[in-house]
Design a protein around this ligand. Structure first.
Ligand SMILES: *[C@@H]1O[C@H](CO)[C@@H](O)[C@H](O)[C@H]1NC(C)=O
Ligand SMILES: *[C@@H]1O[C@H](CO)[C@@H](O)[C@H](O)[C@H]1NC(C)=O
Length: 419
């Protein structure tokens, strides 16, 4: 344990000028918690809030909201710690995955492992998720399986087998008990109901990309395949975002009857996107934090995105010519100079009409549509420099922040106070 005054002397303040808002943003480093690269970060948002981080070779560290190390534990197995989640109900329960095992820890007294959930994974576990009551734990592993364990007791209540490759990420759907989303290196995103062993729907990101390829061929660009790295569901329960290797964040809207209602994507990073997490503590639920192999960390306001704003309807429909407004068309043309014809047409209809409706009453005065995000960019962007392993949104001392882990043993905290 470190006295607060000593830790404070280690804080490094880096001043960054946000290109969007002209607000000076501060970041600071949290150090002395690990000796190996940090792979995952979790936050507990209760009154006695904690952060937990896991790193290579089995290190787990618990921090207080000031960023002071409370305790460090070295797991005997020395396997990389790939995921750390707090029970939303009980501050004394922290679940960490390492190798094929999930360990239960007490973050208030990190003396040893409270319990080991054996057989939680058949191969290396990549992702853990707890449901809202902390009574179901979803475990995604390299064998392509998602297991759901009932807590306490860790009885396996479901084994979900449909992915054909490593499952990299799993998330419960807020407000919809028994629904969860998984994503994997098979480039598939699946929505599951725990009542069924088959997914309610599957979105193949590669097919989505191939459909759009027809439009992009002329640009002669080659993209990485959309291997899915991280999936997140907004607190409304209906918007899914998936970070992918193709540099895009893929968006899905779940409609009535849990149908896949609408999907889209926006280019978020110049290289693979490793992280995407919706923030649950800002005025609307459509703020998304992303991190990528390009060393950037970004915060996006998706509240005006087509996938978020659209009414329940299957696909964008052609709009009769007489409904097109000349002004909107001219504007769309300007914005889509480098864009292929078919897409331009779609956006004239979809993006611009939304924009005209959306600007009123919006203090931002900008409206990122599916592809428009490319132009308007993120609300905030931090040049972190190093490849990003994890981005964890957290309220630290009441301030909205992003905690970023990279290839180093330090964590970096970016303040979002400038929003
Ligand atoms: C969490 O999971 C348990 C066990 O499956 C279930 O009984 C409970 O209803 C779930 N709660 C929520 C809010 O999803
Ligand atoms: C971690 O932070 C400390 C204190 O700011 C700094 O001295 C050290 O160089 C950092 N280490 C890395 C690997 O960035």
């Amino acid at each position: 344990m470190k006295p607060a005054s000593l830790s404070l002397s280690y804080l490094v303040f880096i001043l960054l000028l946000s290109r969007c808002s002209n607000v000076i943003m501060a970041s600071r480093q949290l150090c002395e918690g690990h000796s190996t690269p940090v792979l995952c970060v979790g936050a507990f948002e209760g009154a006695d809030g904690f952060l937990a981080s896991g790193s290579e070779e089995g290190e787990v560290t618990v921090w207080n909201k000031e960023g002071t190390v409370l305790a460090t534990l070295g797991l005997v197995s020395r396997d990389d710690v790939t995921s750390a989640v707090f029970s939303p109900e009980a501050p004394g329960l922290l679940y960490v995955s390492h190798g094929e095992t999930v360990s239960v820890l007490d973050p208030r007294s990190l003396k040893g492992v409270v319990e080991e959930l054996q057989g939680a994974g058949k191969e290396e576990i990549n992702s853990l998720a707890l449901n809202e009551t902390g009574s179901a734990l979803a475990v995604a592993d390299d064998s392509g399986v998602v297991r759901v364990l009932e807590l306490p007791g860790s009885k396996a209540i479901r084994t979900l087998r449909r992915h054909t490759n490593i499952v990299s990420s799993v998330a419960f759907r807020p407000l919809r008990p028994n629904n969860l989303v998984s994503a994997g290196l098979d480039m598939q995103v699946m929505l599951w109901s725990l009542q069924k062993t088959r997914p309610l729907w599957t979105l193949n990101l590669q097919e989505v990309v191939e459909e759009e390829d027809g439009n992009q061929q002329k640009a002669g660009q080659l993209f990485n395949p959309p291997l899915a790295h991280c999936v997140t569901v907004a607190s409304c329960g209906n918007i899914v975002a998936c970070a992918a290797e193709d540099g895009h964040v893929h968006l899905m809207r779940i409609g009535s009857g849990s149908k896949l209602d609408q999907q889209g994507a926006f280019k978020a990073h110049s290289q693979g996107v490793s992280q995407a997490h919706f923030l649950s503590f800002l005025p609307h639920p459509y703020w998304l934090a992303t991190g990528g192999n390009d060393g950037l960390v970004a915060l996006w306001d998706l509240s005006q995105n087509q996938v978020v704003t659209c009414e329940d309807k299957a696909k964008p429909q052609a709009v009769p010519a007489n409904r097109r407004r000349p002004k909107a068309r001219a504007k769309a043309k300007l914005q889509s100079q480098a864009k292929p014809k078919a897409q331009e047409e779609k956006e004239t209809v979809e993006g611009e009409e939304k924009k005209e409706e959306g600007v009123e009453g919006s203090s931002m005065g900008q409206s990122p549509g599916t592809e428009e995000s490319l132009k308007t960019g993120p609300k905030l962007s931090f040049n972190h420099g190093d490849k990003v392993n994890w981005v964890c949104p957290a309220l630290l001392r009441g301030k909205p922040s992003l905690v970023v882990a990279d290839q180093s043993p330090n964590l970096t905290v970016y303040s979002l106070a400038g929003l």
